[in-house]
Design a protein around this ligand. Structure first.
Ligand SMILES: CC(C)(COP(=O)(O)OP(=O)(O)OC[C@H]1O[C@@H](n2cnc3c(N)ncnc32)[C@H](O)[C@@H]1OP(=O)(O)O)[C@@H](O)C(=O)NCCC(=O)NCCS
Length: 198
């Protein structure tokens, strides 16, 4: 099914934000994370589960409801979602990655890698981990680990020299088991807020 846009081009609902193949190539042996039982992006352990890039059709698969378990999303219309999807895809550097329960066509996990282009370090790339969430009824089943390791390995695969994140104190241990480190003298997150978070 396609969506006819005013400017004439047809956008498929199945359109991916980024090419899906790269996720299947990720080598989970490169991660210090321990999975019991062993799972990976290409083999998430259940035949009804898939790890893949965000799709346009995910507006109808509970993507925003999933994000609302992380923070306030506001009231996002399909048009607004569609426009943001197009902008992210055109600008590049946005790797919103999701886990779907195909039995019910609903997203149950998500994490975003954003890739920043730098001049420093020989025109390097820096990854940032954002918006990590697992649906509350699926937590405690390694899916948090799975989605974070997926986008972290993706950052490495894309050539990032490092990957950074901000998190609540209680999640430090969780991220440490996945290879993230607090760097002494360099572990402060500071924010300047221009409006409330909605
Ligand atoms: C954080 C979150 C993504 C973890 O998802 P999950 O699927 O439950 O995680 P996993 O099953 O992969 O758990 C991995 C490990 O982290 C631990 N862990 C998970 N959530 C935790 C939490 N909130 N506090 C402390 N430890 C936690 C688990 O006990 C588990 O430890 P183990 O490997 O020793 O058993 C999920 O709780 C969530 O969506 N929370 C709300 C949104 C949020 O806070 N996002 C993170 C923003 S930085």
């Amino acid at each position: 099914m396609g969506i006819e846009k005013q400017n004439g081009f047809k956008e498929e609902e199945s359109e991916f934000l980024f090419p899906p193949d790269i996720l299947n190539k990720l080598d989970f042996n490169k991660s210090p994370a321990v999975f019991r039982p062993k799972i990976s992006a290409s083999n998430p352990g259940e035949e009804w589960m898939v790890v893949r890039p965000l799709q346009r059709a995910d507006y109808d698969k509970g993507f925003l409801q999933l994000l609302s378990q992380l923070t306030s999303t506001g009231n996002i219309s399909r048009k607004l979602f569609d426009e943001r999807f197009t902008q992210m895809k055109m600008s590049g550097g946005y790797y919103v990655t999701v886990i779907e329960d195909k039995r019910i066509s609903k997203l149950i996990g998500a994490a975003t890698l954003t890739v920043e282009q730098k001049f420093i370090h020989n025109c390097s790339l820096r990854g940032r981990l954002e918006d990590v969430v697992v649906n509350d009824t699926y937590r405690g089943k390694q899916l948090g680990k799975l989605i974070v390791v997926t986008v972290s390995l993706l950052a490495q695969e894309l050539g990032c020299y490092k990957m950074s994140l901000d998190c609540k104190d209680k999640l430090i241990k969780f991220y440490e088991t996945l290879g993230y480190k607090l760097e002494p003298g360099n572990s402060n997150a500071m924010n300047m807020r221009f409006e409330d978070s909605s």
